[in-house]
Design a protein around this ligand. Sequence first.
Ligand SMILES: NC(=O)C1=CN([C@@H]2O[C@H](COP(=O)(O)OP(=O)(O)OC[C@H]3O[C@@H](n4cnc5c(N)ncnc54)[C@H](O)[C@@H]3O)[C@@H](O)[C@H]2O)C=CC1
Ligand SMILES: O=C(O)CCC(=O)C(=O)O
Length: 448
Amino acid sequence: MQTATAYVNAVYEKACQKDTEQKEFLQALKEFFDTITPVLAQHPQLIEENILERLIEPERIYQFRVPWTDDQGKVQVNRGFRVQYNATIGPYKGGLRFHPSVNQSIMKFLGFEQTFKNCLTGLPIGGGKGGSDFDPKGKSDREVMRFCQSFMTELQKYIGPDQDVPAGDIGVGSREIGYLFGQYKKINSYQAGVITGKPIPMGGSLGRTEATGYGLVYFANEMLKEANQSFKGQRVVVSGSGNVAIYAIKKVHELGGTVIACSDSNGYIFDKNGIDVATLKQVKEVERKRLTAYLEKNPKATYHEGNVWQLEANFTIALPCATQNEIDEVAAKHILAKGVFAVVEGANMPSDLAAIACYHEAGILYGPSKAANAGGVAVSALEMSQNNLRLSWTLEEVDEKLKEIMKTIFLTCRNTAKAYGVAGNYLSGANIASFLKIAEAMVAQGVV
Ligand SMILES: NC(=O)C1=CN([C@@H]2O[C@H](COP(=O)(O)OP(=O)(O)OC[C@H]3O[C@@H](n4cnc5c(N)ncnc54)[C@H](O)[C@@H]3O)[C@@H](O)[C@H]2O)C=CC1
Ligand SMILES: O=C(O)CCC(=O)C(=O)O
């Protein structure tokens, strides 16, 4: 039989030949494969089952046309996707992203990551992802509504509370989820559990809006405790200024840290006394303006064009919460030179492979996205539970469950890494623990 290394290399080579252009997808595979080779050496039956080749192939991908009419009466066309990656441990579950960069590679990398993330939550949810190259920026509410209605007119054929349950991601917040769910109900019937992140009066869960950002900080806090550290007195930089970033900043401040900078896709603000969350929420959630509008309300802050990871000031903790590959090798080296001892990821795959190698080489704490940002999908699964039970938990109840889930994910990563001889490597811990559970379930279900 092939050795584990030869098997992993062969599967990766084949993927590279099949999906040559899909660089984000291949990157996600490489990051994963590098950590699980030793596990395959211990479980040769998984090689016999050809588990990797089965696991990396999405169960199915839908791609569809999304025509809609803009405010000038002109017909526009976008491309829609839903990747149903893996439903071995539960219905497909994962967000929808509306951003001009969306393509099949990005959808596949996100669906692949989601499969393992969802498994780490310990809740019965499989992995999926979807979205469109539609750009909500600069569109009126009515344009966004018409787009969402057209998108859902097609998507509704493929989803259901026990089949596939979408939610939000970049560019999809409660406004979009409201329009999407409204159209689903018009075509079908009221089935609350068909989508999560719903506005509260439509069956949403308290705490879902905050869950990814809060969960990230709960996870980071567990990492810090393990290293006899805390958020108290830390100078923190958060990239992005959207849903994940805003609630991560809020929770860091509650735990005694100071977030001195955050960003959008054009530039970043530096506010040495700490980002004012109320102002940020007003600018981003209510007015939907660029970050420069923050300065009108907080003139002591400064605005700089470019990537926040070029910040001149020193800081100790980095929480990337914007997008994939925002930290490359140059940015990682800059971050390390500024005194950072922990990078914990709110965005999906924000560090490229060279950046991750820099963290490992420097021996800093590194919390990988599939573990650290799982709080959002975990509370989405709690929303599904509440919808099924036809009841609503209080914010305190949801937050308590989220804290417990994030602590358990941390312990799973920590204990698995230790058991496989890579103590402190939470990336390996996350990959190995979720891989073993899904692989075992896939073997149990037969070759399907
Ligand atoms: N919303 C959720 O529950 C979850 C989101 N995530 C991930 O978190 C990240 C952020 O998502 P959300 O906050 O939900 O999206 P969002 O649409 O609310 O905000 C995205 C933010 O990132 C900024 N951004 C986008 N590209 C950027 C770039 N190149 N440089 C700097 N800033 C940039 C945008 O200006 C915006 O402020 C994404 O990677 C997403 O996949 C992960 C788990 C759950
Ligand atoms: O809440 C969900 O179902 C999905 C959240 C998400 O898209 C993610 O975890 O990346």
